[in-house]
Design a protein around this ligand. Structure first.
Ligand code: FES
Length: 152
């Protein structure tokens, strides 16, 4: 049997290393199970996740207003409803400007075109523009930018 200077056999050192690795693996597995079983807190809306767009009357029906800080366009539809459309093109993520003259969004990168609802008029964009949840509280339009919603 081969022994090192301290008299401990190589087999003994390897055995101890296996024991240490086994303890670490069990601890990791335990942590994963505990983390999986731990109840999740409901997603609380943070103030940073909400953009206060302004009073309803500020937005004319048929208008599109850019909110660069929130990275969305607030669309006031002709029927009075609101849509908050993401500015990112669904093709490769370029910022899509609104073209009032053409009444549509035209991507400068590969020429995808979207209508005022964000629906694709011309590809290569594979799907409509993402949108954010809009809510109206006491006549004030607020947009939840915490998570864009994907449309097919
Ligand atoms: Fe908009 Fe390609 S990134 S069309």
């Amino acid at each position: 049997m081969i022994e090192n200077r301290s008299g401990e056999s190589r087999r003994g050192v390897i055995g101890k290393a296996w024991i240490v690795m086994g303890v670490v693996a069990v601890a990791e597995a335990f942590w994963i199970v505990v983390d999986f079983l731990r109840p999740r807190r409901a997603h609380a809306l943070d103030d940073a996740d909400v953009v206060v767009a302004g009073p309803i009357d500020r937005f004319e029906p048929g208008s599109v207003t850019a909110f660069p800080a929130g990275k969305f366009y607030l669309v006031r539809l002709e029927d009075g409803g609101f849509l908050a459309l993401a500015r990112e093109c669904t093709h490769l993520g370029c910022t899509v400007p609104w073209s009032p003259a053409e009444n549509q969004f035209v991507c400068p990168c590969h020429s995808s075109v979207f209508d005022i609802h964000g629906e694709v008029l011309e590809q290569p964009a594979p799907r409509a523009l993402d949108h954010y949840a809009v809510r109206i509280e006491n006549g004030i339009v607020k947009v939840d930018i915490s998570r864009p919603h994907r449309r097919q």
